[in-house]
Ligand binder design. Structure first.
Ligand code: SAM
Ligand code: SF4
Length: 409
């Protein structure tokens, strides 16, 4: 063990070497962990500045060694930073950052026809605040940042944010999820800012159906956006995300496959989740990944494609053309056990799970002058408290207070 701190009375346990895996308890006190990193003696910790951090997560009992052993060090632990781990051994490496709760579409599974009461703009994180939090997150092992919303292309400073993210040396991957309506106009600026792996949401390539789902007549703009995006290598790979809606997607499959193939995009199907603002979701609204695979298998052989363990989508190549299709089956085949994601809402609330009822207020801390160490402690506490699973299929499940558009999908 490289470093062990024996605690004062107020610090309940010792720490820490995740690389050697030799910790005799995974400390519930993140202040101890922070201090271990600064190299202060234990005595100084109890009364020192580190105790002043507002660490929220205090797990009731140490993990057994078997579970602690599941804490595979993140790459950053090699240089002495502890992995951004939760109680169940998962290590966060990916965050979705919402840039706005506003949107120019009104998808029926997401927003009410009349929209929502938008958050005041001054409550949204500024570009500088987003970058400051991102730097801390990357320092803790986050390697992918996906920008989302609401509709992120409504943020005028989007290229500026993307460029600043690319300037964070250890960040490996910048991605963007958009409805594509404003993409034709903005693709070049996003590419010039360094680009982003692009996910474009499209549930049907039929104009009337598109209009019925999104309550807007913008299919042509989305298709033009995809064509324009394809011209920019900085925006690849492109994925098209379709929410799998019973009674719609069955008939939309061929149109979606044609669009995906025409712009060299992977086509992915997402099971609808209880995140609609109308709270009208029922488990019967969606087609499951298994049902979709059966439908697609009628069009050609489905060959599994190897995919990273923490990936949300199960991927296949379809037929002789090899069109890649993916299935994100959060409802029927949950992947919570390998979830490495966090979410940051446009108003600066960190969520460890899409379905959390708890949020950690980074914006208030930031605006009150929190240091990077203080932000780190808040982030570690939030991650530690990540729930084991979304609980969607359990009795008593309550959807989160915020709908998808106000969390960031
Ligand atoms: N406005 C952008 C868009 O639509 O791509 C980004 C935000 S949107 C919330 C991100 C993704 O969440 C989209 O692919 C959308 O289809 C998906 N989504 C929204 N509501 C959903 C729900 N209730 N269940 C499953 N996916 C949902
Ligand atoms: Fe807007 Fe995206 Fe929600 Fe549709 S899914 S209403 S495009 S935020």
């Amino acid at each position: 063990m490289r470093e062990v701190l024996r605690s004062a009375d107020s610090i309940p346990t010792s720490v820490v070497d995740p690389i050697a895996g030799e910790f005799d308890a995974l400390s519930p006190a993140y202040d101890v962990i922070s201090a271990a990193r600064t190299g202060q003696p234990a005595g100084a910790i109890a009364g020192g500045p580190v105790r002043a951090l507002q660490v929220r997560a205090v797990p009731p009992a140490p993990l057994p060694m078997a579970q602690a052993g599941a804490l595979v060090p993140s790459p950053s632990s090699v240089d002495g930073t502890l992995p951004l781990a939760d109680r169940f051994g998962r290590v966060a490496s990916d965050i979705r950052i919402s840039l706005t709760d506003r949107c120019n579409l009104r998808c029926e599974y997401c927003m009410p026809a009349e929209g929502l009461p938008w958050q005041p703009r001054e409550e949204h994180l500024t570009a500088d605040e987003i970058i400051r939090i991102s730097r801390v997150l990357v320092g803790l092992g986050i390697r992918t940042i996906r920008l989302t919303g609401g509709e992120p292309l409504l943020r005028k400073d989007l290229p500026e944010i993307i460029a600043a993210l690319h300037a964070i040396p250890e960040l490996e991957d910048v991605a963007l999820t958009t409805n594509g309506v404003l993409l034709e106009r903005q693709a070049a600026a996003i590419a010039a800012a360094g680009g982003a792996r692009l996910n474009v949401s499209l549930d049907s390539a039929d104009p009337e159906e598109f209009k019925a789902i999104t309550r807007r007549d913008d299919l042509d703009r989305v298709l033009a956006g995809l064509v324009e995006a394809r011209r920019h290598p900085e925006l690849r790979p492109i994925k098209i995300n379709a929410v799998a809606l019973k009674g719609v997607t069955e008939g939309a499959l061929d149109g979606l496959l044609a669009v995906a193939s025409s712009v060299d995009a992977e086509l992915r199907f997402i099971e609808p989740m209880p995140l609609d603002a109308d709270r009208a979701w029922t488990p019967d609204d969606g087609l499951s990944g298994a049902q979709l695979r059966d439908l697609l298998a009628q069009r050609g052989e489905l060959r599994p494609v190897e995919t990273a363990k923490s990936a949300t989508a199960q991927r296949y190549e379809l037929g002789p053309g090899g069109q890649v299709v993916g299935f994100i089956s959060s409802v029927t085949e949950p992947f919570c056990a390998s979830c490495d994601r966090l979410r940051l809402t446009a108003d600066g609330q960190l969520r460890s799970c899409l379905f959390s009822h708890d949020e950690t207020d980074l914006r208030t801390a930031l605006r009150a002058g929190a240091s990077a160490d203080e932000l780190e402690a808040l982030i570690r506490g939030a991650v530690w408290a990540k729930p084991q699973g979304h609980g969607m299929n359990e009795p008593g499940f309550e959807p989160p207070d915020r709908p998808m558009s106000a969390i960031g999908g």
